[in-house]
Write a protein that binds this ligand. Structure first.
Ligand SMILES: CC(C)(COP(=O)(O)OP(=O)(O)OC[C@H]1O[C@@H](n2cnc3c(N)ncnc32)[C@H](O)[C@@H]1OP(=O)(O)O)[C@@H](O)C(=O)NCCC(=O)NCCS
Length: 183
């Protein structure tokens, strides 16, 4: 169901970021409930200037590494990945967030398997992983449903809101992906 790098799914569309997305991006991203579950480099509040610089740096990739999650024609979230380097160069970390009004509709449940397939089919990556902060049941559930395995709990590895939090690592190997696809 992919047209170049756009994926039309039943509940959303994944497509490259583009000019014009800034307004809904800053509106939905500027949410403490999102910020509480992501890295500190994610801005809060998420200003129009932050949105402008995100769109500018993500809009022109031939093979995007970040996709706007579009619902009803509006960009209301992001899903993407970063390939690691050095001895971890066959690893990629996935990350995602969705505007709060859209939670619980199965949108990320649909998007994560599609991103996973896109990465394994287009990049030299052997292991995909995600880091989930303690208490984020929704994110853990969505990863497990997509076939990611809970691999480790890094005790109090992260700090958020001045509190040490456990970090839960979920991962899928290329071999897991191929085995899953063969079923
Ligand atoms: C985590 C997040 C991406 C989930 O996206 P979503 O589209 O709401 O998830 P879905 O509706 O596809 O739900 C997927 C599964 O998780 C479950 N789930 C969703 N939210 C949940 C919650 N708060 N608690 C427990 N389970 C939850 C759903 O019931 C569903 O389970 P199922 O597969 O058994 O049916 C979204 O809540 C979000 O953006 N949160 C803030 C940012 C964030 O946490 N990003 C991830 C950082 S690791």
């Amino acid at each position: 169901m992919a047209t170049s790098t756009t994926f039309q799914l039943t509940k959303c569309r994944l497509r490259p970021w583009r000019e014009g997305d800034e307004e809904t991006l800053s509106y939905y991203a500027s949410n403490r409930l999102i910020w509480n579950n992501v890295r500190d480099f994610f801005p809060y509040p998420y200003t129009p200037r932050d949105a402008h610089s995100w769109v500018r740096s993500n809009k022109s990739y031939q093979q995007p590494t970040n996709f706007a999650v579009e619902v009803d024609g509006k960009a209301v979230g992001n899903i993407g990945f970063t390939v690691k380097d050095d001895i971890y160069r066959y690893n990629a970390e996935i990350g995602y967030w969705l505007g709060e009004p859209f939670w619980g509709r199965g949108i990320m449940g649909e998007a994560i398997p599609v991103l996973t397939q896109y990465i394994f089919e287009n990049f030299q990556v052997n292991r995909l992983f995600a880091c989930v902060l303690e208490g984020n049941r929704g994110s853990m559930r969505v990863l497990e449903s997509a076939g990611y395995r809970p691999e480790a709990v890094l005790r109090k590895a992260a700090v958020k809101n001045n509190q040490y939090l456990d970090e839960h690592i979920f991962a899928m190997l290329r071999a897991d992906f191929l085995a899953r696809r063969a079923c």
